[in-house]
Design a protein around this ligand. Sequence first.
Ligand code: G3P
Length: 223
Amino acid sequence: MENKPLIVLNFKTYAESMGEKAVRMAKFCEEVSVDSEVDIIACPQIPDIYRVANAVKIPVFAQHIDAVGAGSYTGHITADCVRSAGAKGTLINHSERRLLLSEIDAALQSAKKAGLTTIVCTNNIAVTSAAAALSPDFVAIEPPELIGSGNPVSKANPEIVSGSVSAVKKINPRVKVLCGAGISTGDDVAAAIELGTEGVLLASGVIKAKDPKAALFDLVKKI
Ligand code: G3P
């Protein structure tokens, strides 16, 4: 997934992308990825990682990991466990699963030790700067008010995207920037790339679409 625009599809807890439907959705992602040669990453719910990772060759990421390692912890999600289930990476600090800065740092350390690629989600330029200082592989800027809105961040708030790209360049230029919230079309993706990002993180535009496969094909049409 080097130097090519990236599409990251978060399955969230949508019923349309859970259990066997998670496998179906991931297979759509795989088909579109193979056809378009665009990297597409599937992020199913944690208990679905194993079945999805066994069914497709595209990368599967966790939606979250906790800042704990092996030991006397109960009900947590460890980097090692999602890795052994087949995940190649993880989201950290999604707006719908926020962590403290110290926990983001600890989760990043565990993810790195486990060999997971990391995407830290951020809600504004200041948080993007803080996240970049922790050296994840990616930050993903997602203004919470646009999540699930159908109003694409790349058009509704281009300043927060370009501002995040400039902030990351100053602080830690090795970190790549994605953007998300309200993205649903190829035009939205093209606008995101135009603003200097490496790709997008999205959910409802595909998962809730009448025809998710067609929505995925539309997303990659301008890449
Ligand atoms: O993780 C992606 C997300 O929060 C954006 O959601 O539904 O606006 O694409 P959505």
